[in-house]
Write a new protein. Sequence first.
Length: 641
Amino acid sequence: MPYISIERIITARDYINDNVNKPETFSGLIFFLLSVKNKKLDGRYLEADMAKFCDFADKAFYLKDIQQNYSSKTWYALLSSDWLQSILTVYLKGKKLKVNNLLISLFWYRECDSLDKLVEEFKRNIGNEVFDFLFNYETENVHISPIVCTRADLFARYSGDSNYTIKFGNTFLAKQASDLSGAPFGQTLYSSQEIKKTISVFDFDFIDKFNLGINSKQYFDLDVGELRLSKPFILLAGISGTGKTRFVREQAKASGSLSETYCLTSVRPDWHEPSDLLGYISRLSGKTEYITTDVLNFIAKAWKALVDAGLDIKPQVIEGYGERLCVCGNFSQLENIPPFWLCLDEMNLAPVEQYFADYLSVLETREWHWNDKTFKYLTDPLLKPSIFIQIQNSTEFRQQLGFEGSQYDEVWEAFSKFGLGIPFNLLVAGTVNMDETTHGFSRKVIDRALSFDFGEFFPNIFHEYFQSNIKNKTLSYPIWSYVSLSALPEIDQDGTKTVTFLDAVNKLLDNTPFKLAYRALNELLLAVVSQSPTSDKDLLAVWDDFLMCKVLPRIEGDGDKLVNTQSEDSLLKQLVILLEQEFSKFEDSSASDTQNIDRPDLLREFREDENDIINVPCRSLAKLKWMQIRLENSGFTSFWP
């Protein structure tokens, strides 16, 4: 079997000694990165298996054959934001290291007919980004020996005496290489002041110890093909025939079980109260019974999916709330819980504020509480406990809602005591046509929904009717209800960019009926967390879509209404000027055209190459200009097509 010759091992060690500052500490850092078993905080918070670390250290630097069993131990570390640059500057003297010599120095004992396989293994384990930043590799024909270079051979070559742990300067230590408190490979990782600029190492989980609560998307490995909405209620507005209802159906199909996760309900013009949607108590038969609806049965089905996924649905005493019904689980369980899509077709054929009032109110009571990767979800009831108390035959009601199995005994008892709320996996999509036969939306409804101008977000392109290379992304339910600083992505880690932007918009809305409040800011920050932008252009796209979904739908009226005290120009013109100024900051400094500012499409992607980005013009600018033309032509304008 081929092995690396002793001559090549010696030259490799000499190279590391000459080209690496504090090579023992650097070697320990490499071993630590190779021993990582879990990552958080976007890959910067590491959990390392120190038994594996010790094995690496002894095999590389302890020149005595022993049988060693290492105790199980985990160390935790936080990498600085510029840790790679810090390693390059502090330890590699500003130059990439020839990885050939590093691998031969650290893994000289391995069977090796070619360095290529060892390099590929190392690159795969340490990560492409780290490898490309710190190392380069030149193919070489290593000096091969038919026999292994033993520890005794190296020990004799370096004239070892009574100590067996060898350093790169060819001196020996009394401590065994795997000694985490004495040998420099592990000990300097936590004791060296210099290395703290790169990595802070602890022998305990300090995130758990200090209850720092990682509760943001950037720390979760979300399915890249799935996009979390910031709200569970969306309005799809557009002219008839654009595919709004089909869009909802296709989203439900993505779950793989359309019959289970999709409910189409046609709204009737005579709906005027919540009972039309959720059912009602009847005493016509001589007994008190509940008349259910398809919508209520579908909500119950969504609740059953949570029980079937193994989530705990039980009462808990929560500080400030008293005893509440909580849904408890962990992030990994969410991967097996698909969204349940309730499609309210022609939603505004009846006045939404009337028949949908209960849902709109309870919608704002949803709360998510995250602690690392475990969560609690709370919501007020749609069906209050008093309804359960009044029903005489609760067994029949339970069967109507589909909770007849014994596995649902506990959750049914909980519903009877606390009521039936909105399950977090329920998404409500209302299709909307704006014409003389339909009702408009008050700001109460708009403020609680994500309003999509369907033709702008999901355009019908006639020339792509038979074959389109573009597909819609799969949407899923939100998993946050409020935003903390720790949840924000690195591109706007303290939220300053987003808050400043919305504040500038809101100043123009001052002294108008369209002024925004804290709810709008929270929902914009939720959108930032949900989309997790990684570049300025991604952040611009989040802002642009938020304006289209949450701000512009609120604006309507004639020339007298669309003014503020800051200018004689209409509010629409002022917003155009502001947005062109704000959005142009994200353009190339050499670009002079503010009329066509492009940004990534966050809701669609290419079928063939999902890594390619679809760029579209800023939608809010185009919509504002369209609304202004409409105002000038007819004396009145609104967002709706």
